[in-house]
Every structure is written in C-alpha cells, then in structure tokens.
Write a protein that binds this ligand. Structure first.
Ligand code: NAD
Length: 387
C-alpha cells in the first residue's frame, strides 16, 4: 500500500491542517485533518456550493453536541442550512430511516447543486451518503466524521448504505464524498469505548501492510486517545492508506478487500449480537475479528504464533476484546456464526473469502477458504472460551 502524500499546511492561525488527497480523477477530493478546523471545514463546504444550501444529517447525540456550532459556521459562509436528525445507533441504518432522510432532504429543497453534510459517525455517514446518492439521482455530499472510526475509515472511499434483515450493508451505493473534514476536537465528547472501537481500525492499517505503523501503534497507541497530535498522525496515516487502496480499486474488484481484515468474523459477531451496540459495537467486532484472523492464519500454518500473540496483546492493552468469550451474552455456536458469514458480501459462489496474514503487515486475500476449516477453528475458539 503506497501512502498518498500528506501535506501539512497552515490555516489562518488555527491548528496545522494535514490534507490527504483521494486521487479519483473527476471524483477526486481532499480529506482535511486537524484539531479545531471547523472554520476551515466550513470554508471548504462553501467553496463547493457558493451561496447554496446544505442539509446537515446528524444523529440526536451528535446533533445536541456539535450541530449548532457547525451550522453557524456554515451559515457564516453564506449557506442556507437545514437539519435532519435521526436516532443514534446501528438500527438507524434501516429502510425506514433511509426513506425519512430522503424525504427530509427533499423537503429541505436541496437541489442538484446543493450539498448533504453527514455529521456523525459511520452510521450517519453511511445512511446520509446513501440518501445523497439516491435523492434526485445523486446530490453531492460532505463527510464531517465525529467518531475516530468514521475519521479513519468509513468517511473515506464512498461506500454508503443501510442494513437489510439479511445482513449488514447489503443495500447501498458507491458514492464518493466531495470533501471529508476530520476534526480531532469533535472526538473530545466521544465515549472511551467508542474511541477504542475506532482505534481497532487504525491498528488494522498496520496489520494489512505496514508493520512500521503497527510498531508505532504499540509505542504511541495510548497517546492517540488524547485527540491531539498523535491522533492527527494516526488519522492521516490511516486515511492515506485507505485513499491509496481506494484510488487503485474503487469498487472492490481486487485488493480493496484487504480493508476487510477482521470484518468477516466481526460482521458475523455483530449479527449474532443482533446489532445491539450495548453488547458489541462495530470496531469491537473488528478487534475480535482481527485477532481471530491471525489465530486462524496460525492454524493454517501461514503466520507465527508470536505475531498472533503480539496482535492480541496490543489490542488488549488498549482494552479491546480479542476472544469470543469477550463478547457478552449468547453468540450461538460455530455453525450459526458460519451461517452468518455465508450472508456476507464477501462470499462468491458459496466459497468463503477471508483476509488472512503471513505476519504483521503481510495480509492477503484468501478466496476459497474451506468451510470445514473455518468450522473446526471456530469450534476450538468456542471450546477455549468455555475453559
Ligand atoms: P456510530 O455512527 O453509531 O457512532 C457511535 C456512537 O457514538 C453513536 O451513539 C453516536 O451517536 C455517538 N457519537 C458519534 N460521534 C460522537 C461524538 N463526537 N461525541 C459523542 N458521541 C458521538 O458508529 P461508528 O463506529 O462511527 O460507525 C459504525 C458504522 O460504520 C457501522 O454501521 C459500519 O458498518 C460503518 N462502517 C462503514 C464503512 C464504510 O466504508 N462506509 C467502514 C467502516 C464502518
């Protein structure tokens, strides 16, 4: 994964802003990263639709904490601002909320030249992005992510969508944002649990193909939680890594699938928990999933036990779950988890696709993984949990 350039620039006396470009031809856009960059963000939005209108889509929690300031900043740039507020939580990525958000955007008279601003975590970003892709056959949108997970992952790359009763993210569209604004100051109100969950996705980039970044995480991981310089560095590194993959493989026909490290197991666990965030949030599922992916790789004779232990040790040191027993409540058994995986989009003609690893920073896409191998591995993991 070659890093896209990260260029620091100054912003009229506010904190330094790193800009990570996403090179997608006529759909190229910038990710602005820094602490306290609301004014610069608002200017960036206004430059996309001078004198136009924006619909801020947010959830009740984020709306109560941050929407007033951001709406004021956008109005200060001469934009007409409407607000659309949805309930917080994964259950909001539903057909019902999708319809409600689309209708609210239309009612707010957002025209083709106007913008939708997704202000929130990955739930709001995915839902608002899909609504933007659909209303009037597509209006532009801006991602203004407020969780670490959204800043390092979901706001970049243009995957938008909602969940179906059959599984997560099964209905959606590729729709690239026109700008991403990652402001560390917004993370000050994030719960430690959600912060940790986002950190799992940061670690993921090291595990995929950047062992030096994983080593950086081992040294500086705790400092990232200060939402300062280390956090901005982690976000910029993560975004640059994701931007490079997305520029190569926008529609996931090839190595974009590497970004799913830990996700096949993780999604199955989220499903087993009924998408109940009180039990398991997405990033926690990814943390368990990455630890499982490494242990599964060891079992298949691909990676060393030391590497799998190192991965689990780092995640645990941050307070992230790494074992099936760490997931509270009943998560079924090896067969029910396998069934959940079979619904995953990463299934091709019945064969399971996993992201496995030959070591830290040496992940690869393994197609045609035998269901029996997965079942036997999961049975052993359940047995370990029972001990
Ligand atoms: P989320 O959007 O549910 O946010 C987590 C919780 O934190 C919510 O309760 C929210 O109200 C609250 N919150 C958000 N920002 C806050 C802030 N600044 N202060 C206080 N509270 C705040 O969850 P998430 O972890 O950001 O995103 C998970 C979603 O992202 C999943 O649906 C997942 O499928 C999706 N996702 C999408 C992609 C993609 O490429 N599109 C990638 C990864 C994940």
């Amino acid at each position: 994964m070659t890093d896209a350039p990260v260029s620091p620039a100054s912003d009229a006396g506010v904190s330094a802003i790193r800009t990570v470009p996403v090179a997608l031809g006529d759909r190229a856009y910038d990710i602005l990263i820094g602490r306290g960059i609301r004014a610069a963000g608002a200017r960036g939005v206004a430059a996309l639709a001078p004198g136009g209108a924006v619909a801020i889509v947010t959830d009740e929690t984020v709306g109560g904490l941050h929407a007033d300031e951001i709406a004021a900043a956008l109005e200060g740039e001469g934009l007409r601002v409407a607000r659309v507020t949805v309930p917080p939580g994964e259950a909001t990525k539903s057909y019902a909320q999708f319809a409600a958000v689309c209708d609210a955007i239309i009612a707010a008279r957002i025209e083709r030249g106007d913008l939708v601003v997704a202000l929130g975590g990955g739930v709001v970003g995915d839902l608002a992005g899909f609504a933007a892709a659909s209303v009037r056959r597509g209006v532009r949108f801006v991602q203004w992510p407020t969780t670490l997970l959204a800043q390092v992952d979901s706001s970049v790359g243009g995957k938008t969508g909602i969940n179906s009763p059959h599984g997560k993210n099964l209905v959606g569209a590729f729709h690239q944002p026109s700008l991403v604004i990652a402001d560390m100051a917004l993370l000050d109100t994030l719960s430690p649990r959600e912060f940790r969950a986002g950190y799992a996705e940061v670690v993921k980039y090291g595990l995929i193909d950047d062992p030096a970044f994983f080593a950086w995480c081992e040294r500086h991981g705790p400092a990232v939680f200060g939402a300062g310089e280390e956090c901005a560095h982690a976000v910029a590194k993560s975004c640059a890594a994701k931007a490079a993959v997305v520029a190569r493989d926008e529609h996931e026909n090839g190595d974009r699938a590497l970004l799913n490290l830990g996700h096949t197991f993780g999604h199955a666990l989220e499903r087993a928990c009924g998408y109940d965030g009180a039990r398991l949030v997405h990033g926690e599922g990814v943390a368990v999933g990455m630890a499982l992916a490494f242990r599964f790789s060891v079992r298949l004779g691909l990676a060393s036990g030391q590497d799998a232990q190192r991965v689990a040790r780092h995640l645990e040191s941050i307070g992230l779950p790494t074992r099936l027993q760490d997931v509270p409540g009943d998560i079924g058994n090896a067969d029910s988890l396998l069934d959940a995986m079979a619904q995953d989009k990463k299934v091709r003609r019945g064969a399971l696709t996993f992201i496995l690893a030959r070591g830290i920073g040496e992940s690869f896409i393994a197609r045609d993984v035998a269901r029996e191998d997965v079942r036997a591995f999961l049975k052993d993991e359940f047995a370990d949990s029972a001990r």
